[in-house]
Design a protein around this ligand. Sequence first.
Ligand SMILES: NC(=O)NCCC(=O)O
Ligand SMILES: [Zn+2]
Length: 620
Amino acid sequence: MAGRPPSNPVKKVPIHLQSSQNRLLIKGGKIVNADGMSDGDIFIEDGSIKEIGRNLIIPGGTRTIDARGKMILPGGIDPHTHLQLPFMGTKSVDDFYTGTKAAIAGGTTMIIDFVIPAKGESLIEAYHKWRGWAEDQVCCDYSFHVAVTWWSEQVKAEMETLVKDHGVNSFKMFMAYKDVFMVRDNELYEIFEHCKKIGAVAQVHAENGDIIAENAKKMVSAGITGPEGHEMSRPEDVEAEATHRACVLASQVNCPLYVVHVMSKSAGNVIAEKRQQGCVVYGEPIAASLATDGTNYWNESWRHAAAHVLSPPLRPDPTTPGHLMDLLARDDLQLTATDNCTFTHEQKKFGCNDFRNIPNGVNGLEDRMSLVWEKGVQDGKMDPCRFVAVTSTTAAKIFNMYPKKGAVAMGSDADLVIWDPRKTRTISAKTHHHATDNNIFEGMTCHGVAEYVICNGRVCVDEGQVKVLQGFGNYVAREPYAPFVYDSVKERDARKSTTMKPVQRSGFDGEMVSKAQAGIQNMKISTNEAPAASPQMAPNDLHLQNNNVEEGSRTPSGVRNQQESTFSIAGGESNANPSGNANPTGNAKPTGNTSPGSPSTKRPSVKLHAPPGGFSSGLW
Ligand SMILES: NC(=O)NCCC(=O)O
Ligand SMILES: [Zn+2]
């Protein structure tokens, strides 16, 4: 289509900007990968790592960087950013230029941003719009997740196209932002099912949007209009509940789930617990949740408090960052991001009379690497290899870019950081490279400084000096069915198929009772006048909507056929057994009444409050 960049355009970087930097030798550093450390020199040519070893034979004219006493890490990957996001009546102030410049300054060499279509907007159109914004601005490589903010056959088809033709293998759903981006549980279930079918990773923003909307109204009515009302209206439980719900829904269809911005201890614990139970779920704490806390919302300065407003919010429990770091260190949570979505004080002021209008979002892109080093490695909770895993390698694996990204290895992209673990720096809005005038980590001093940052073989931070090139980054297309994710999914599928078997019985060993005998034809059942129920049935579990109670489909052994259940997650009626015939059990007879329009062509409209197979209705 006219005006759109092709999916993988070739970047034309002027030769004078790249030629002298085509070849690089990094000598004498400690190479750190997620799976181990080694000593070796690294030869880089034309954007990728050509050789690693000692006494390499190098062409003349190669620039040498002395890395003695330093570590050489795979460049950071931030899998969660919102650059120039149109949001809450404004636009996040870091665009794809300043955002990626800040990223590089701190040692991050790739971002994955979110395309967020409005409800009703084509996902593909939105994707092209975001590509257009990014393409000539990005200083480092980038990719896109796409948000599913509404649900229809069109969206379903577009997701497939995005996977097949545009290198998107991850889709995010919002359980919050009611009426704006939020999707409901029945939609989530279907989207998860679809993600699994197309080999994508489903991501969720886990907060209960309905509860938040109600709480926020009450808060404002009670006169709590400042930033503290933001946290009070969306407390920890509201995040943990949605996290749990997302895990339960995804696990029904065995869809891999990725929970973005884990902000609370209880949400983190839910993920840890679900992983222990065998769910394929990944948790992403962010720089903000690992390094600061929600006590800031009670700061007397409105400006200070508002700068910290993001969703889910930071938690007032000051032990939260330490707890999340502990979970991260032991792989109960898997990787870090930032959710970088910056707004200036002028923009934050939109909410000066009502916290609901404070644009949600904070910084993090530039400082994540140093903060995770300080709170993780310097504090003795993780070693440098784990640091590499949680800042780079695991993102590359989950989103299927490994080992091109996320590794210091022969053949990998030359996205590298020469890291000085002893050097310190103090974070400040006065010196950062973001476009915003505030920094939620103001004044924090961290060990770990990116002395050199190399993006695709180009030195973009040189002895601490930032020398980025606008538009230098490339779009990274990602294949579906990431082995790191889908190998576990396949295993679970296989396990399920061996355990999900009906009990083989010789026949029904009690007295069969037809529904006519049971006197339930055209009988109206209310919760007060339920018929004799089977022992496991709770009368309140039945809610009959009309007078026709029809026989459910049974397998030959008499077991309820769960595939033909009348349960519909979408709240509609299932058409699985359109004839309305009872499946003969060997004793029971089919009604034989299949003519269109006859009573038995009507689908039964029994609404169960428990899933099929969970309880027996006892109505035979
Ligand atoms: N997180 C946040 O507060 N802003 C960015 C949008 C989102 O991810 O919810
Ligand atoms: Zn976000």
